[in-house]
Every structure is written in C-alpha cells, then in structure tokens.
Write a protein that binds this ligand. Structure first.
Ligand code: FES
Length: 110
C-alpha cells in the first residue's frame, strides 16, 4: 500500500434542520458531480468518494485529497477547474487510453 494520494473525498452530508449547516445544503452534491465528470474526462488517476461529514460542517462544502491532502473548505462550483488542475498535477493522468474508461456505454437501440 502506498501513501500517495489516491482518493478525492468530498462531503455530501445533509444535516436536517434549518439551523444546522451542511455541505449538501451548500451545494456539495453538484460540486461532486462536476468533479466526477472532470476526473473521468481528464483521465485523472484518482478515485472519488462521497463521504458523510468531516466534522467541519460550518465551513462546507468540504473536500480533501486522501491520504495526506489539505482540506479545501467552502469550495464552490467555480472552484472545480482549479481543483481538477490540482488533482491532475498531484495524481497525474492516464493519457488518452484512460479517457472515458469509466463511461457508461449505452446499449444498442437505447
Ligand atoms: S456536513 Fe460536511 S463536514 Fe459536516
């Protein structure tokens, strides 16, 4: 097992109650969708995990590259390209042969 960063983890927790802030209530699910699409499109050599709470709910949406990456707090949809650039720089890309590797290929006639 290597200590190299291998997973982009983003909190998608939604805490119920108007007085309880949470990452999902601040848009982390759409950020996660955009990150996932970008990782696939670029062929970045990193997994992605949607987690339930880092325990810093007041600062969300929160994410980090694990293991060992710094926390990104208060991320916004417009931060996605910069985050993808960072993942690409740290984790690398698989090249053209990786692009679309996780794509779902529609069944013929669908
Ligand atoms: S809800 Fe995201 S850190 Fe707690």
């Amino acid at each position: 097992m290597t200590d190299a960063p291998h997973t982009f983890a983003i909190c998608v927790n939604r805490r119920l109650g108007a007085d309880k802030p949470s990452c999902a209530a601040r848009g982390s699910e759409s950020i996660a969708d955009a990150m996932e699409a970008g990782i696939r499109e670029r062929g970045i050599q990193v997994g992605m995990e949607r987690l339930v709470c880092f325990g810093m709910c007041m600062d969300g949406p929160n994410a980090r590259l694990i293991p060992g990456g710094a926390f990104h707090k208060g991320i916004k949809k417009e931060d996605v390209q910069a985050l993808l650039d960072e993942l690409e720089r740290i984790c690398g890309c698989g090249g053209d042969e990786m692009k679309g590797a996780n794509e779902v290929i529609p069944a013929p006639g669908s």
